[in-house]
Structure formats: C-alpha cells, structure tokens
Design a protein around this ligand. Structure first.
Ligand SMILES: O=C(O)CCC(=O)C(=O)O
Ligand SMILES: [Fe+2]
Length: 307
C-alpha cells in the first residue's frame, strides 16, 4: 500500500511486528513530554473520572469516582484522558507514532480508548496476562500478513530497569496463538515464554490486541507510570464512548475528529464499515488524495453494498 508521505515501519520493525506481535519505539516522547505527562497523571489522580469499579460493576468495567488513591506512587487506572488536557487530544495522532500505526492498521482506523495506568510499588499485585478487548476479541487472532483488529501503544513515563518492576510483559509471537483460559495453563508474567520488557521513560511499545501481555508485579519502591492509547479498525465499537464524543470535537483537528468517529454527516447505514470518500485524504492529511479502497471504478447508483 502506498503511504502517501507518512513514515513507515523499517524492515526490521515490520518483521518484528509480524513475528513478535509488538515493536518498541525508543524515545517516542521527549524528556520534556515525559515530565509533562507524568505531572498530568499525578494531577488527574486527584480529579473525578473513570477507574476500575471495585465490586460495583463486573470485571473490566469502570465506575465514576471522585479521585483515585491520593498517594502518587500507588495504583491508578484512569480511562478517557481526552477531557483532561489538549495534550491528550494531540497525542492521538502524534506523527512519530501515529504514522506507524496507520502503516500497520491501514487508513480505515479509529481511536478507541485512552488510559493512564500506574502500577503501584510493592503493593502485592502479582500482575496478570491477557489479550485486549475482552472475551470476543480474544477469540480473534491475526496472521502474519493481516492487519490487527486493534492495537495499543503504551508510553512509558518512568524507567523500567529490572525484572518485576511493573514491566510490560509479553509472550513474543503469541498474537497468532489461542489464549489458554483454563486453570494452570493460564499464562502469567513468570510463565515459560514470558519476556518482561525493560525500557526508559519516553519509550513506547506498540502491540497487537491478540498478543498475550500484561503487567509484571512491581517490587520496586516506585510506581510504574504509563499512558495507553488504543486504535481499532473503524468497524469495531469504541471502548470509551457510547457514541461520537461531541464535547471534545471542537478542540480537534479534522483528522482527530475523524479518528473519534465524526464522519461529517448524520449516521446512515453503511457508515464505519464503508468509510467516507475523503477517508485517506483526511488520515494522510493530503486533500489531493482520493480513496483507493473506496469504490473501484467510481461511485455508481447501481452499485450495491457488499454487506
Ligand atoms: O500495565 C501494563 O503493563 C499492561 C496494561 C495492559 O495490558 C493494557 O492496558 O492493555
Ligand atoms: Fe492489555
């Protein structure tokens, strides 16, 4: 696929993506950005927002809380960061990472969730391993040449130097294997094949929804801070919204609006599965570009949708 001027994976990154199911982007955020976002995570901790519902809602669901644990090094898992600062909106399509996401996903993608996670120091949490997107997505894997249903980027805001430091832990290559969900065979951060990644604040990991992954325990004194952004094919539901988040749109560029699901017209059947004619022009930010994947041979009134 032509990339219309956006950056693409190197050959090595492409091989790592297809073979391992993830890649590392060193220095994705500058030291100044790390400091800024780290401060934002501390600030947001004290503000109302969505955190994992403890007991009130089923596993994987979030509940509205007044604030998270006030201790800055302790656990926090905040969803929907966009309302907290313009910088979170602008991070959606930051070119050095977003270009690679488009290269992997193709142009018919959307932004689907944002999250700030702190893995608390010495809090006794053993870590866990999973695939992303709940039980339905867990049943869907990809081949080496397939675009993923969804992928996530994790930005490290603290250094992760040694093992059991809240490391992002992966099973390389597992994105193409089914996830064992029974008893002793459930993967965990110390299982055979698990790799506890280390990295520096500012590094980012891009990983497929079907990669077996999750946090290792954090036996250090400090919290491990991260920001995570999820992108999916446009035909998948958003994770953070029931519909297009209208209150954010006025702060967005045309590309960010499109990534948030604003197609520029009221909903009509076919939307999201068949993308607007300017989809590639908007994503590649080049008005000259037509949509190569749209209607081969042009739009005709006799053309009927392939539903
Ligand atoms: O905190 C971690 O290391 C993993 C988080 C995670 O799995 C996710 O956000 O999908
Ligand atoms: Fe995950």
């Amino acid at each position: 696929m032509t990339n219309h001027g956006m950056a693409q994976l190197t050959d090595l990154q492409r091989e790592q993506w297809s073979v391992d199911g993830y890649i590392t982007i060193e220095g994705a955020l500058s030291p100044e950005e790390v400091e800024f976002f780290s401060g934002e995570v501390d600030r947001i901790r004290m503000l109302p927002g969505w955190e994992p519902g403890r007991g009130e809602v089923p596993r994987g669901h979030y509940a509205w809380v007044d604030h998270a644990n006030p201790e800055p090094e302790s656990f926090m898992d905040r969803r929907d960061l966009l309302p907290y600062h313009q910088a979170f909106i602008d991070l959606i399509d930051r070119p050095n990472v977003f270009d690679l996401i488009v290269d992997i996903m193709g142009p018919d993608l959307q932004f689907s969730m944002s999250q700030a996670i702190v893995r608390g120091g010495k809090d006794g949490f053993p870590g866990y391993t999973h695939t992303d997107g709940g039980p339905g997505q867990r049943r869907v894997r990809v081949t080496e040449t397939s675009a993923p249903i969804a992928l996530k980027v994790m930005y490290l805001l603290t250094d992760v130097d040694g093992p059991d430091s809240g490391n992002f832990t992966v099973y390389p290559g597992s994105h193409m294997r089914s996830f064992p969900i029974d008893g002793d065979r459930i993967p965990h951060p110390h299982g055979p094949g698990a790799v506890q990644l280390t990295g520096k604040a500012g590094d980012a990991y891009l990983f497929s929804h079907s990669l077996w992954h999750g946090p290792a325990p954090n036996n250090t004194d400090n919290g491990r801070k991260t920001i995570l952004y999820n992108y999916s094919q446009m035909f998948v539901r958003w994770y953070d919204y029931g519909g297009v988040p209208g209150e954010i749109l006025s702060k967005c560029t045309p590309r960010q609006k499109r990534l948030l699901g604003d197609l520029g017209h009221d909903f009509r059947p076919g939307d999201y599965f068949y993308v607007p004619e300017d989809q590639e022009a908007v994503i590649y930010q080049n008005p000259e570009i037509g949509n190569s994947a749209f209607f081969p041979g042009g739009v005709t009134s006799s053309w009927s949708a392939d539903t």
